[in-house]
Design a protein around this ligand. Sequence first.
Ligand SMILES: [Mg+2]
Ligand SMILES: [Zn+2]
Length: 222
Amino acid sequence: MTVKQPIVFCDFDGTFTARDVGHGLYRRFSGGGNTELVERWKAGEVSSRECLREEAAMMAVTEDEVYRFLDGFPLRKGAEEFYRTTARRGIPFYIVSDGADLYIDYILKKNGLQGITYYANHAFVRDGHFVIEFPYDNDGCARCGCCKGSRMREIIGSDRSAYTVVFIGDGLSDICALPEADIVFARGDLLGFCRANGTTAIEYKSFFDILRYLNTSGIFTG
Ligand SMILES: [Mg+2]
Ligand SMILES: [Zn+2]
């Protein structure tokens, strides 16, 4: 049996971070005005792009206020150790996110993790308003802003059988990643979705749980 190369794809909001940064940011600076919109997104009535665009349009904010707010969002327990373990062992690790580069970049740098490659939507503050753009094509997916399934297929390329694909997530923006993964670690809404739809998923609380599983199952060797 040939040993497969593990490759890890990880959601950012509420997964790599302890709480959902984007949701907190939109709620805080839209004065809660986004609540109904998020419910409509969860029900599948609006796409991520529509939802994010409308949320961004509701936000009145300066760049300083955004960064100060972001200082209140720690990483999930074990996230840094998990990433450093993959880096040390030469295991590819990517963050795939339907959130925004503005805060992912800030939080990764703040934690000394600017070496992590991530894919996300593009956001910036202009004239006291939050603006979001969608630089990625989504391979036909009408649901996502930055589609995790599309990103994973692009990164993995044609030699799919060479990899054991690990996905770690927590929410409904992770759904497109599920068919691309061999092993899914889930919590929150994603765990509920997996259970309701017969997708095998391993529940986790911290990244130490995930590391333990991957080490003892032989998927992370070396
Ligand atoms: Mg998430
Ligand atoms: Zn998608």
